[in-house]
Design a protein. Structure first.
Length: 213
C-alpha cells in the first residue's frame, strides 16, 4: 500500500552561514512517513515554537499533525471533507481548516484538537490567510468571495469577487489584499483593505496573466 510522505528541506542562508552562491540551496533533512494516508496533499501550516507541521491531506479527508524535530506523526484530525486550507494561529493556539466539499471552515484547539467552531461558507472553502496586525482570518471560498473572520470565529464581512480566489496574499505593509488569483477569469485582482477593516471593498487594479479566449 502506498503511503504519503513529507520531505523536510533545509534552506540555508548563504550570507549568514557562509554558503557560496554555487552551493546547493536545498538539503533534504529527513522524510516523515504518514502510513495509511492516501491521495493528494494540499496546503501546510507550521507551528515554529513547538516544531509541528499541519498537513491538509485532502485526498484522505484528514489533517495530519507532524513532529518536525522527531520526524513522526503526532495526531490525525479525521472526519473532514476535502481539507484544503490550513492555518495555525500561534497566539491563540488555534487551527483553522477550510474544507472544499462541504464549504466549512472549522476551528480546532491546537493542543487537544477539540472542534471549537464550524463556520458555514456553503462551497469550496480554500485558501486561508492571517492578518496578524488586525487579528483577522481571511477565507477564500465559493464561486467568488473572501470571508473575513475574527479569531473567535465570528463572521465580520464577505467581499464578493467575480470568480473563485484560488490563491491570494496579504500585503505585509500597505492597505490591500494583493494577488487574488481567480481561476475562471485567470487574472489578478487587488482589493482595497484599510487597517483592521475593509475599506470600500472595490477592485483597485487588475490585469490578465494568461491569454483568455
Amino acid at each position: 500500500m502506498n503511503q504519503a510522505r513529507i520531505a523536510v528541506l533545509l534552506l540555508p542562508l548563504a550570507n549568514a552561514w557562509g554558503q557560496s552562491a554555487g552551493s546547493e540551496p536545498l538539503k533534504l533533512e529527513t522524510t516523515i512517513p504518514m502510513a495509511d494516508v492516501q491521495g493528494r496533499i494540499d496546503h501546510l501550516s507550521v507551528d515554529l515554537n513547538n516544531q509541528r507541521l499541519f498537513v491538509a491531506a485532502l485526498g484522505n479527508n484528514t489533517v495530519e499533525v507532524l513532529d518536525i524535530k522527531g520526524a513522526r506523526r503526532l495526531h490525525t484530525i479525521s472526519g473532514l471533507h476535502e481539507p484544503q486550507g490550513v492555518l495555525y494561529v500561534p497566539g491563540e493556539n488555534k487551527l483553522f481548516v477550510a474544507n472544499a466539499k462541504d464549504g466549512t471552515c472549522r476551528i480546532y484547539d491546537a493542543s487537544s484538537f477539540q472542534l471549537l467552531q464550524t463556520i458555514e461558507y456553503g462551497d469550496d472553502a480554500d485558501n486561508i490567510r492571517f492578518d496578524a496586525a488586525a487579528n483577522q482570518v481571511y477565507v477564500g471560498y465559493g464561486s467568488g468571495a473572501v470571508g473575513v473572520l475574527d479569531l473567535g470565529g465570528n463572521r465580520l464581512r464577505d467581499v464578493k469577487l467575480d470568480a473563485h480566489p484560488e490563491s491570494f496574499q496579504l500585503e505585509k505593509e500597505g492597505t490591500r489584499i494583493s494577488s487574488i488569483f481567480l481561476i475562471r477569469e485567470r487574472s489578478r485582482w487587488w482589493t482595497e483593505k484599510t487597517g483592521p477593516r475593509w475599506g470600500s471593498g472595490k477592485r483597485v487594479e487588475r490585469w490578465r496573466t494568461f491569454p483568455w479566449r
